[in-house]
Design a protein around this ligand. Sequence first.
Ligand SMILES: *Cc1c(COP(=O)(O)O)cnc(C)c1O
Length: 221
Amino acid sequence: MIEENVKSILSGISVNHYGERVTLVAAVKTQSPQDINRAIRAGVTDIGDNHVQEFRDKYDSIEGHPTRHFIGHLQTNKIKYLLGKTDLYQSVDRFELASELSKRSEKANLTSNILIEINVGCEESKSGFGYEEAIAAYSKIKELPALKIKGLMAMLPFTDDEEVLRPLARKMRVLYDGLKKIDSDICYLSMGMSGDYKLCIECGSNMVRLGTSIFGPRNYN
Ligand SMILES: *Cc1c(COP(=O)(O)O)cnc(C)c1O
């Protein structure tokens, strides 16, 4: 099942309307190392964790050296567990986190790749910078010495109303294009989960984070 899901997703998403390759990140929260490894054997190249503890518990059981993303809310005191093991911190949602990540990366002689998380739907339940403050946040984070900003991440509201989702996804692409013009490191717009990834790719996303559509419904027990 996992294998078939991965193959059918990969064959459906390869390139977006801008001619950019779309990266599939498997959102692996609650999944066993066995199931994650099945997904990797079927073609998943990138995996994303939400929880530091899970990331640590499973780290050594994952095969095939996938690219590692962190996609959850990150407390600054837990950065140390991810440092040097995370290829892309997707969920940089506040300046304090960026600043601390830069400080710790610098001490470890590393440059950490990040995405700036934007709360494009202005939802209280979600973290991230406001859309209107995105450019200011970018400029401030850009000055931190040990980070490289690779793009933007957003989670759209949980609705299947395309009239709500489409304008938000388009707004994110506008912001992304603006940054891309001034910064050649910018190459990822991470937007799209199981419920909305097709729409997001249509609107210009080039990285999607999928859990349910790869592994089926999550079991939180
Ligand atoms: C869980 C999660 C996903 C994947 O959600 P699905 O709806 O299961 O595809 C994507 N992004 C983030 C940040 C997540 O926490």
